[in-house]
Design a protein around this ligand. Structure first.
Ligand code: ZN
Length: 161
């Protein structure tokens, strides 16, 4: 996780966020953007529809950043499926044209490779916040260190990683 700050809080804690936009820092932001945590990244990828929305918070964002954050998150969630599946389908066409292997292993290999490259790219450009759940604790991974520090202050849980 490049350049992010992870803060852990108990899952049942009613978290409070600094009163400013998480993206641009504009003060007094009242519109919240809902963000869900699903457990770890891979579990989220394969089982999100099954596990359901496990943990939800509303992050503060200004009127300009709010819709942008929402769009960026939705886009990534879709890209996780659409891009690897499209690459696999494309592989079937290329492989049959060039006489390369197009069995299940090759197709799944292409799928996995594209997925891993994409996740790596996403990690290099993290969201303003990502949420993971482990046991009874929730990890908030903030891109903005100052925001993370204020979040720790507000929630009185000085355990940071
Ligand atoms: Zn903003």
């Amino acid at each position: 996780m490049s350049g992010t700050t992870v803060v852990q809080v108990p899952r049942d804690l009613q978290v409070r966020f600094p009163d400013r936009c998480i993206e641009c820092g504009l003060p007094e932001c009242h519109s919240g953007v809902p963000v869900w945590g699903f457990g770890n990244k891979w579990r989220r990828f394969f089982f999100w529809w099954w596990l359901g929305k496990r943990y939800k918070v509303e992050i503060p964002a200004c009127e300009l950043c709010g819709p942008r954050i929402r769009r960026a998150r939705t886009l990534r969630d879709w890209m996780r499926y659409v891009v690897p599946i499209s690459a696999s389908l494309l592989w079937i066409r290329i492989a049959s044209a060039l006489g390369l292997p197009s069995n299940m292993f090759a197709i799944f290999g292409v799928f996995l490779l594209v997925l891993i490259i994409m996740e790596w790219q996403f990690t290099r450009r993290p969201h303003c916040v990502d949420i993971d759940i482990a046991n009874e604790r929730v990890s908030f991974e903030f891109r903005d260190t100052a925001f993370a520090r204020d979040f720790v202050h507000l929630n009185q849980e000085p355990e940071t990683d």
